[in-house]
Design a protein around this ligand. Sequence first.
Ligand code: PAF
Length: 307
Amino acid sequence: MTTPTVAPTTDTTPSTHAQPVDGALPLPVLRNVADLRAQVAAWRAAGQTVALVPTMGALHDGHLALVRRGRELADHVIASVFVNPTQFAPHEDFDRYPRDEAGDAAKLASAGCAALYAPSVRGMYPEGFATAISVGGPSEGLCGTFRPQMFGGVALVVTKLFLQALPDVAVFGEKDYQQLMVIRRFTRDLDIPVRVEGLPTVREADGLALSSRNAYLSVDERARAPELNRALIAAAAALSAGALLEDVLTAARARIAEAGFGTIDYVELRDADTLAPITRVERPARLLAAAWLGKARLIDNVPVLPA
Ligand code: PAF
């Protein structure tokens, strides 16, 4: 029997060290799967556990909270920074998505992250790459309707990151609640041995959910942006008090529009676990919204508890 020749599927760009800041340790920047696996193997050989925090960079305090949670859950945290082209449609903001690797590395080092994994697009998707992942269930509706490319791309890149790093646990923010539910679904469906941990949304003092895309807001838009969260909180309280869903959603949409938002993609009530559409709050639910403010598409969600 002949041994098949396997073409290298990964980049061999050398890994480096980011500069230390504020007395933090230098942060290894791993650029290819071999170096990532060697690092994880060294920790495993010492009996230590690993948390992965997948990100697209332009890191803010919300991401750093994920790193801190990772440190509580495992001995070491690796953060990945990769602006994943497969989750953007051609007309979306892949090219102008904010990128600042040096700044990200410094923030990660200060937060106690042990390594940054920053693969190249070619490393993740080499010539001839031909695999897709399609997730039903929680991918359906909401952002799945308005960004049909997104969850297939997220499932693909997160599956790759999970299989590349094989962490014990991975931490994601509830700000992208539908994404978190999709990741939980395919991780379970594909028997990927990684625990998926969600962390509540980190917000500015005025309620605006932290997001790398907040950088697109003008000063005036930034002042209006928290109304999205306020409208959801008011709607959640009304639903818990037994108000009719249709009336509540109409009022929430009106409030968001009055605040100066343009297109409102959706304001919807869903079951908190399955994301199935619901009309009454009889068990934990989630109210989710996406709306445009200038060039920024803001998303947010809040829990809704039964009375
Ligand atoms: O939430 C994000 O930043 C991205 O969608 C993720 C999970 C890192 C996949 O590219």
